[in-house]
Ligand binder design. Structure first.
Ligand SMILES: [Fe+2]
Length: 271
């Protein structure tokens, strides 16, 4: 493993719920304009451009296969336009959420030269992207295949620190309707993280997700757990047992600075 002492700046955007029609509304708000405002705000961050952009599911929420395909392409183009000269070096990850079409997403990731599920490394960090989506269900589950991806990344780490990224929350958020969709086999993920963290060689430092359209920060032992608000125009009410929208909260994103010693500085910003 190469030791590299530069911090990595990461922008996480999630739950964009983009439609093929850029004029589409969600509960009266323009979906594309919500993302535009989020990116405008992210561009004001002192560390823009980030070295990594993680788009963590519910990227597109459309009706047709062609709509999905076009919209994944439109988003990748928009991100690269905003990155300007950095577009050739910034790594962009797309992972599916419950509203995505995971096979069209996977095709688009390949044709657009993005990073999909699996792991990649940068400086002292490896980023492990997992697919927690299930066909025809809003629930989260990793399953044997994604757990094998995790095993392989943790058993042959490309860097001493890991950040795991997935769409669904791994733990309860004190919200019955949301908690029913959390990753069913989260215990299998945590047991692997605990085992590999105890063995040494690498440390999983944090796990970040979307799906809940709300900001959270929790912990599993020493591992920090982050939930990031939606870049789309609808935020869910934290701590509500039934579906509820918090109209007081604006769209947002998370900025993470991954330090070479394994520490993470992170903050949520809203538009
Ligand atoms: Fe969502």
């Amino acid at each position: 493993m190469i030791n590299n002492c530069s911090p990595i700046h990461v922008l996480q955007i999630t739950d964009l719920h983009l439609k093929a029609d850029p004029a589409a509304l969600w509960r009266g708000h323009n979906v594309q304009q919500s993302l535009d405002a989020v990116l405008e705000r992210a561009r004001q961050h002192q560390h823009w451009p980030p070295q990594v952009i993680l788009v963590t599911g519910d990227i597109v929420d459309d009706e047709t296969a062609e709509g999905y395909r076009q919209t994944y392409h439109r988003l990748a183009n928009q991100l690269r336009e905003q990155l300007g000269n950095a577009a050739s070096t910034t790594k962009i990850g797309f992972i599916p959420g419950n509203h995505d079409d995971s096979s069209i997403l996977e095709e688009s990731v390949k044709s657009l030269k993005l990073f999909g599920c699996g792991s990649f490394a940068l400086n002292n960090w490896q980023i492990i992207q997992l697919d927690s989506s299930l066909m025809d269900s809003d629930d989260g589950e990793l399953g044997e295949q994604q757990l094998a991806v995790l095993d392989s990344a943790l058993s042959s780490p490309q860097a001493p620190n890991s950040l795991i990224v997935l769409h669904h929350p791994l733990v309860k958020l004190n919200s019955a309707w949301m908690d029913s969709m959390r990753v069913k086999d989260a215990a299998a993920l945590f047991s692997r993280v605990d085992t590999f963290n105890t063995l040494g060689g690498q440390q999983v430092r944090a796990i970040t997700w979307g799906h809940a359209h709300q900001e959270t920060e929790l912990a599993h032992g020493q591992v920090r757990l982050f939930g990031t608000p939606a870049a789309g125009p609808v935020q869910f009410t934290a701590g509500s047992d039934d579906f509820a929208i918090d109209t007081n909260l604006a769209a947002g994103f998370r900025w993470l600075t991954l330090q070479p010693n394994g520490q993470i500085d992170t903050q949520v910003f809203r538009v």
